[in-house]
Design a binder for this molecule. Structure first.
Ligand code: SAM
Length: 254
């Protein structure tokens, strides 16, 4: 994977299956046809890749994290998976579609390069169907992180994500040779059912690298403070909610 985040595929699958659960309607938008050749970019443990394969499409799951690909291969031995980086991947023959759920915002370093790799992987008329974090994603969570880090005298956390506005991402797609056919930008408050430790658990899972520069004895108190700061916005009677904002699009290669 580009960047430095390391993924724990086991914890991801057991505790954070909701990422895939919420991605399910995206497969409807992709609407894979029998025999279509489809790439699932940032496929993780392959749950949605398998859903696409179940529609009789021929799908290739790509992920930058070897642990994710290992898990995907062992769960779905009949599907092709490969470790490759979204910034650099190439395919031998153009595909009919590239699909991506909850992965593009991790490819923050150079979004245009990722889009150009997707473009190169598609035949003319091929579609790019994806969902990612949009501008304002996790805003309350991130604000609480900034405050907690400041209170502990830590440098501002360097967040590893790219959460674009719809206009910004549409402009990138258009400039790269795509026609945007659908673009949605919406709030999706998401129960962190499997995150009893709330924002602290979420940070450990999704932003663990930010804790690497923190003295070991400071991590627990820092995350405790994070939870105090985040609770008014994100803690409900029923449990913790993440303040997700999503960008979902379907674009066609010109
Ligand atoms: C939140 S997971 C989503 C996984 C899957 N699409 C799903 O819906 O469950 C994000 C995935 O993007 C992958 N990823 C992040 N940066 C990447 C990169 N530069 N190239 C390829 N994969 C990357 C991660 O390894 C991780 O598996």
């Amino acid at each position: 994977m580009g960047g430095t985040t390391r993924w724990n595929s086991r914890a991801y699958d057991s505790s954070f299956g909701y990422v895939s659960a919420h991605g399910a309607p995206l497969v409807e938008l992709l609407d894979p046809g029998p025999g279509e050749r489809i790439v699932d970019l940032g496929c993780g443990t392959g749950v949605l890749t398998a859903e696409i394969a179940a529609r009789d499409a021929r799908v290739l799951g790509i992920d930058g994290a070897p642990s994710m690909i290992e898990a995907a291969m062992s769960h779905y031995p009949g599907i092709d998976f490969v470790v490759a980086d979204g910034y650099d991947f190439t395919v031998a023959e153009p595909y009919d579609a590239v699909f991506s759920n909850a992965a593009l915002h991790w490819m923050a370093r150079d979004p245009d390069r990722v889009i150009s790799r997707v473009h190169a992987a598609l035949r003319p008329g091929g579609r790019f169907v994806a969902e990612m974090g949009g501008a304002g994603n996790c805003a309350a969570l991130i604000a609480a992180m900034h405050t907690a880090w400041r209170e502990y005298g830590l440098p501002e956390p360097e967040l590893p994500w790219y959460f674009p506005t719809p206009a910004e991402y549409a402009a990138r797609l258009e400039a790269a040779g795509f026609t945007v056919r659908l673009l949605e930008y919406f709030d999706r408050p998401t129960p962190l059912d499997e995150c009893p430790g709330g924002a602290a658990d979420w940070v450990r899972m999704f932003a663990g690298t930010l804790l690497e520069g923190v003295a070991a004895e400071a991590v627990d108190p820092l995350l405790l403070r994070l939870n105090e700061l985040a609770a008014p916005a994100l803690r409900r009677e029923s449990g913790w909610m993440a303040d997700y904002v999503r960008l979902r699009f379907a674009a066609v290669r010109r």
